[in-house]
Design a protein around this ligand. Structure first.
Ligand SMILES: Nc1nc2c(ncn2[C@@H]2O[C@H](COP(=O)(O)OP(=O)(O)OP(=O)(O)O)[C@@H](O)[C@H]2O)c(=O)[nH]1
Length: 436
């Protein structure tokens, strides 16, 4: 991971030293970023999508006053990396209720047994009564290894080297440890079998009987692209709740594991950063990316952006009444239809003096037709009616049982209405019954 960090630092440095940040500069920076991520084994498609999004966002975003183009590019890079690693999840992993069962799965050597013990220690330190169950009957020594670790940490343990099946061990273990009021049960399963299919069958069988509250896939960061396939194999057979990436210390390139996580859609709950039992960290994407980008002032920069964005959102709310979309119109129409006969509604709207009169004096059927038309539009079209071309108009008309003329009429009325609302907003007149 250190080499990825060092290389990303180089990219950030390049952004900071760039004077113009024009298309050429940005292209060069993006190429560097692609090289760095690919070298760290991040999946090609993820790298490509990420870089396209960064470019698109950068060139379409206005530079807020008080910020430089460099700030904006760094912020976008940060946000896209955060999204890649699990998005806006800012809280570390929590156990929502007790008793709680966590089933660990993963290929042999991924660090499953060590991680089971690390987790037990982590939760014990949070004040829980924790138990470990050794259900890996395949690897010689797995039972003893977990038992010793459990003793070392001082948590409950259940294992039975003479038991015939892992399923029996899990069932007996859950019964015994639950009777001792253990609150969090962590089950270590096998990582190897005579073949992969046999392993998967075993894991599925345990999963079906145990119905765990969470399934955590353990992924080794030192492995390259092949971990994606491993993750997919588990993901196809059982629902993965979370992922733990181990061995992110040292020379791990990490990108393969990170791509595997993106492929499963599960969140990373923890990362393993060493062989010792305390080398387990709750994973928070923002913190991780900030560390990767190695910018001590990054947090301050992001906070400044967030403050500006909050003001922008507020402003957008205020001017929104002058910029209604078809979606707003649809919602308002549904509201208006709830109010009763249109003649009454028109009175409420200010009567005959409104320029809207022409369109509103149409029949109630007309409004219902509009609603039907808008029901046939996509969300995107409702938000950006200007993208509706003639062929879409035909489709929408067909979908709503109306004609292209009707669709066009609605769009014309919408434009009129937009103008009107803007005028009304400017003159600060309030329309009772309409939440504009
Ligand atoms: N450097 C480093 N080593 C780790 C980490 N986690 C686990 N290991 C090491 O990885 C090796 C394999 O870990 P185990 O826990 O024994 O393997 P396992 O995945 O449980 O194997 P099976 O039980 O057969 O599935 C051990 O030498 C651990 O010390 C980590 O975060 N960092």
């Amino acid at each position: 991971m250190e080499s990825l960090r060092a290389s990303l630092l180089g990219v950030v440095e390049k952004i900071r030293n760039s004077v113009l940040l024009d298309t050429r500069d940005v292209d060069a920076i993006i190429r560097d970023l692609q090289r760095v991520l690919l070298k760290a084994d991040v999946d090609v498609k993820l790298v490509f999508d990420l870089s396209e999004r960064i470019k698109k966002r950068f060139f379409s975003q206005e530079i807020p006053s008080g910020f430089s183009k460099r700030d904006v590019l760094i912020k976008i890079l940060y946000e896209e990396l955060v999204t890649l690693l699990g998005g806006e999840n800012t809280t570390p992993y929590v156990v929502p209720k007790t008793p709680y069962t966590i089933m660990l799965v993963g290929i042999e050597g991924s660090g499953k047994t060590t991680t089971a013990a690390k987790l037990a220690k982590y939760f014990k330190e949070q004040g829980y009564r924790v138990g470990l169950i050794a259900a890996d009957t395949y690897r010689p020594g797995a039972h003893d290894q977990l038992k010793q670790l459990a003793e070392k940490i001082g948590v409950y343990f259940y294992g039975n080297p003479h038991s015939k099946t892992p399923l029996a061990i899990v069932e007996e273990g859950v019964k015994e440890l639950t009777s001792k009021n253990v609150q969090i049960l962590i089950i270590d399963t096998a990582g190897r079998h005579k073949d992969e299919e046999a392993l998967m069958r075993e894991v599925v069988e345990i999963h079906e009987s145990l119905k765990p509250d969470d399934v955590m896939l353990i992924i080794d960061a030192t492995l390259g692209k092949e971990v994606s396939r491993q993750a997919a194999a588990f993901h196809e057979r059982i629902p993965l709740g979370h992922v733990i990436i181990t061995k992110l210390d040292g020379s791990a390139r990490g990108g393969g594991a990170l791509s595997a996580v993106a492929a499963t859609g599960a969140r990373i709950a923890f990362i393993g950063t060493g062989e010792k039992l305390e080398d387990l960290e709750p994973f928070v994407p923002q913190k991780f990316v900030a560390r990767l980008l190695g910018m001590p002032d990054l947090e301050a920069l992001i906070k400044r952006f967030q403050a500006v964005e909050a003001v922008e959102r507020e402003r957008a709310k205020l001017i929104a009444s002058g910029k209604i979309t078809l979606l707003d119109l649809k919602e308002q129409l549904l509201e208006v239809r709830k109010l009763g006969p249109l003649s009454k509604v028109l009175e409420m709207l200010g009567g005959s003096s409104l320029p809207l009169k022409g369109s509103i004096e149409g029949s109630e059927e007309e409004f219902d037709k509009w609603i039907a038309i808008m029901n046939s539009m996509t969300q995107e079209e409702l938000l950006k009616p200007e993208i509706i071309d003639r062929s879409r108009m035909m489709r929408i008309a067909r979908g709503s049982g109306t004609s292209v003329r009707d669709v066009r009429k609605l769009l014309d009325s919408y434009h009129q209405m937009r103008k009107l609302v803007r005028q009304l907003y400017r003159s600060r007149r309030r329309i009772p019954g309409l939440n504009l």
